[in-house]
Design a protein around this ligand. Structure first.
Ligand SMILES: NC(=O)c1ccc[n+]([C@@H]2O[C@H](COP(=O)([O-])OP(=O)(O)OC[C@H]3O[C@@H](n4cnc5c(N)ncnc54)[C@H](O)[C@@H]3O)[C@@H](O)[C@H]2O)c1
Length: 390
């Protein structure tokens, strides 16, 4: 296969930008072959912008058209896993937008289909392509930081206005989006947190509903997580603060990393703090420490990087940067945070998926919002606000 024929499902902000990247020839190996959106106005727009490319009102028509080898799913989250699963069962490879779906139990449908069909199933965690996060992961995993002690991430630069929430009837509703900042903006950071620092064993969280906007879900959240080895993580996010902060600090018993302002700062101890603590005969004394500042080794390839990797995985078997099955981990963190907040108690992992699904459904049923899944957005290029911002 020289070129992979790609269909884009959901021609909105994100799907529109992926379509443009492929149509512009930015992604070797991918060729635009179809566009699906169930909004007639979006199909008209797609026809104007990409004459000659067939459009489809229903994803089933695209999947069975014989015109595509792979699809990109860029609909609202709650359709991601079911469409991805259907596509893989129809013999197509899938790149799904984040999050994998709104709940772990729903996301399992796509993971099962990927295992059963052997199709490539990737997820658009574009921030994994940032060289500073990749370096931080290497340092933590190589043991250079020693035993993990603590991660603290203040990620409050996801500022959104009310107009953003009003731009789509599915946004910020339990039925349409399944959550707020933890389900829409922060999945990138929750994914990076687990990618770099690992998965905790339990979570306590406080999610503030409609603190800064007229919405029915949370726009401010604080998560406290405990790990098997006693390490902890604190994760703070919101769409209601400006100016915001993006600062990740990770400490271990051999030093500390801080990622902020587009730099990775690395403090290295000459010996393990835990040993030093009990071997030093002087009370107010510290281990020797050296300092290094690391700048990005190359630009972040972002969405295009994930698209290129998707093509290379299909064509040459290159490992995925973000395999679909890993999408379940960040969803576990956000679902557990909601569960903890709703029950005012710890959420133990593995997550009680059935209980979570039941409590989420109660919120959907009690909602007075009817998500129509229409939106006004359609983009012809990637927005900077979707990349890592310091
Ligand atoms: N990776 C990133 O950086 C990033 C950035 C923005 C959005 N996203 C993700 O992309 C997804 C879409 O977000 P958006 O901002 O583009 O939303 P959007 O509302 O602008 O676009 C969604 C499109 O899907 C269409 N649609 C809805 N249901 C459909 C269905 N069943 N079949 C076909 N089309 C359908 C809508 O008509 C709309 O055109 C979300 O899951 C979001 O989390 C990812």
């Amino acid at each position: 296969m020289e070129n992979i024929r790609v269909g884009v499902i959901g021609f909105g902000n994100m799907g529109g930008a992926h379509t443009a990247a492929i149509a512009n020839g930015d992604i070797p190996g991918l060729k635009l072959a179809g566009i699906c959106d169930n909004d007639a106005a979006k199909r008209t727009l797609a026809g104007e912008w990409y004459p000659g490319i067939p459009t489809f009102a229903e994803h089933e028509e695209l999947l069975s058209s014989g015109l595509v080898d792979a699809v990109i799913v860029a609909t609202p989250h709650c359709f991601h896993a079911s469409i991805a699963a259907e596509a893989m069962r129809a013999g197509l490879h899938v790149l799904s937008e984040k999050p994998a779906d709104v709940s772990v139990s729903r996301a399992r449908e796509a993971i099962t289909a990927a295992h059963e069909t052997g199709k490539v199933y990737a997820i658009m965690f574009n921030q994994r392509t940032n060289p500073l996060f990749r370096r931080a992961k290497e340092l933590v995993e190589s043991g250079a930081l020693g035993e993990r002690k603590r991660a603290v991430w203040i990620i409050t630069n996801w500022y959104r206005t009310q107009a953003y929430y009003d731009s789509g009837s599915w946004r910020a509703t339990w039925g349409g989006e399944g959550g707020g900042v933890l389900l829409n903006q922060a999945p990138h950071n929750l994914d990076l947190l687990q990618w770099i620092f690992g998965m905790p064993r339990r979570i306590r969280a406080f999610c503030s509903v409609a603190k800064y906007h007229h919405i029915e879900v949370e726009d401010d959240a604080t998560i406290y997580a405990e790990y098997e080895n006693g390490a902890t993580a604190t994760f703070i996010t919101t769409t209601g603060e400006y100016p915001g902060t993006n600062r990740l600090e990770i400490s271990g018993d051999l030093g500390k990393l801080v990622l902020e302002d587009g730099k990775l700062k690395w403090w290295r101890l000459s010996e393990h703090e835990r040993e030093f603590c009990f071997s030093s005969s002087i009370g107010m004394y510290q281990p020797e420490v050296s300092y290094e500042e690391i700048l990005p080794s190359e630009p972040e390839t972002a969405h295009r990087g994930i698209l290129r990797n998707f093509a290379e995985a299909i064509l040459y078997g290159v490992p995925l940067i973000a395999p679909g099955e890993e999408g379940i981990r960040e969803l576990t963190l956000s679902n557990a945070a909601y569960l903890s907040s709703w029950t005012d108690d710890w959420a133990e992992l593995p997550l009680d998926e059935a209980r979570y699904a039941k409590l989420l459904q109660e919120r959907v049923d009690a909602s007075n919002q009817t998500p129509l899944f229409v939106s006004h957005g359609s983009a012809q290029e990637y927005s900077e606000r979707w990349q890592v911002r310091w």
